[in-house]
Design a protein around this ligand. Structure first.
Ligand code: ATP
Ligand code: MG
Length: 389
């Protein structure tokens, strides 16, 4: 039996005149996902479905898992390739009927003919194939309204395919079709989820981690690296930048009001992330903030941090509860790493009573005591990056 992977495109099929741009982006993302998989895959696209035909030595299981993580795909399924001949279709259907039906009690057959010259029309193909299924599995019932299983027979230009229900793909639009974003990636639960959500909407991701050596150590940096690695399974390559905020933190501690430490620090983070984003072609910054979650995420605090951004800040988790973010973190596989207990630079200097309703005038008064531009410039000079994925 020759197995194929059928990839049904998601919302990009609606993109009108831009469709070919999205299609080629998606195809290149799928090719990229398969790069490390053993074997060759032949690509054949028709009727918003990409058919991947593997070489004999290909690792189809791994390919299937990789493709499931590519954004822009509505459903993925494994199918059986046959000759465009009803006898061959019948033979494969009979041989694989149990796998195709699984534990279903009812089924229906559906036919798709992209080859409009094929001798049988769709209803005839369905009737014929339904008959084959019933012959081999007399316990089955046909239910055309709400069957447990749909067996689809696709007649294409070169060959025919038989497949059962597909699995949900990663959804969204292909990475790279919505520009580039700079993700502020801490070691926490929220920011990897935020990065995943915006990558799903087509942004290619770069990430920045702010560290404070020696207060934060190599273990914390390694944790962020692991999170970024995990994100590359969905986003493709990520340039992970690290910037030291040690001088800034120490200056804040020795010069400014304690209750404003966190917010002043966040303003420095956003200044640096903006500069970095601009330098590397990002159109926005992403953070994992959620409204009201902590003192620095009240509406007033957000206004104070936004004021120094030179790029728009996207906060996709803003309306999610912590437990909703946790569900997503588990789904994408970042949760277990995020809960490892290493110090983050925010927690090292957290004030006992942070200001939840900061006053902009007071913030500016505190910053007037500092040489903000010089501090930012020296922090930016510590930037170093590595390419992941
Ligand atoms: P997370 O779970 O993502 O760490 P959090 O709930 O701990 O978020 P904060 O620590 O206030 O919240 O951080 C809010 C956002 O600011 C984070 O989601 C992240 O985008 C960014 N951020 C915080 N600390 C850092 C850091 N050390 N490096 C890079 N970005 C950071
Ligand atoms: Mg955090």
């Amino acid at each position: 039996m020759k197995e194929v992977i059928l990839v049904k495109y998601g919302e990009i099929v609606l993109k009108g005149l831009n469709r070919s741009f999205f299609n080629s982006k998606l195809e290149s993302r799928v090719r990229r996902a398969l790069k490390s998989v053993q074997g060759e895959f032949y690509f054949d696209y028709a009727q918003s479905t990409l058919c991947l035909t593997p070489s004999d030595d290909a690792d189809v299981d791994l390919a299937y898992e990789k493709v499931k993580k590519v954004f822009g795909i509505a459903t993925v399924c494994r199918g059986i390739a046959c000759e465009k001949d009803m006898d061959d279709i019948a033979k494969h259907l009979a041989e694989n009927v149990n796998e195709l039906l699984g534990d279903a009690k009812t089924f229906k057959c559906e036919a798709k003919r992209s080859d409009k010259k094929f001798a049988l029309k769709s209803p005839e193909i369905c009737a014929f194939c339904g008959g084959i299924v019933l012959e081999n599995r007399p316990d089955m019932k046909v239910d055309v309204m709400s069957p447990d299983r749909v067996i689809t027979i696709e007649i294409r230009d070169r060959q025919a395919f038989i497949h059962g229900n597909g699995e949900k793909g990663a959804g969204g639009v292909p990475v790279g079709s919505s520009g580039r974003a700079m993700l502020m990636l801490s070691g926490g639960i929220d920011s990897p989820v935020a990065g995943h959500m915006i990558a799903k909407r087509g942004a290619a991701i770069d990430a920045v981690y702010f560290e404070t050596p020696p207060y934060t150590g190599e273990a914390a940096a390694e944790k962020v690296r692991t999170l970024a690695e995990k994100l590359t399974e969905y986003c493709g390559e990520i340039y992970l930048h690290s910037i030291s905020l040690t001088e800034i933190q120490e200056t804040l501690v020795s010069t400014c009001k304690e209750k404003l430490f966190t917010l002043l620090l966040r303003r420095f983070m956003v200044r640096c992330a903006s500069k970095l984003g601009e330098k590397y072609g990002a159109g926005c910054i992403i953070t994992g903030e959620s409204l009201g979650q902590v003192a620095s995420q009240t509406m007033q605090s957000i206004a104070v941090t936004d004021a120094v951004a030179t790029l728009p800040i996207l906060r996709p988790c803003i309306g999610l509860d912590k437990d909703e973010i946790v569900v997503r973190a588990r789904e994408i596989g970042t949760f277990e790493t995020s809960i490892l207990p290493y110090e983050d630079c925010c927690t090292v200097f957290t004030p006992k009573h942070p200001d939840t309703r900061p006053d902009m005038a007071e913030i500016l008064e505190e910053e007037a005591k500092l040489d903000v531009d010089a501090l930012v410039e020296r922090a930016m000079a510590t930037d170093h990056y590595e390419r992941l994925g």
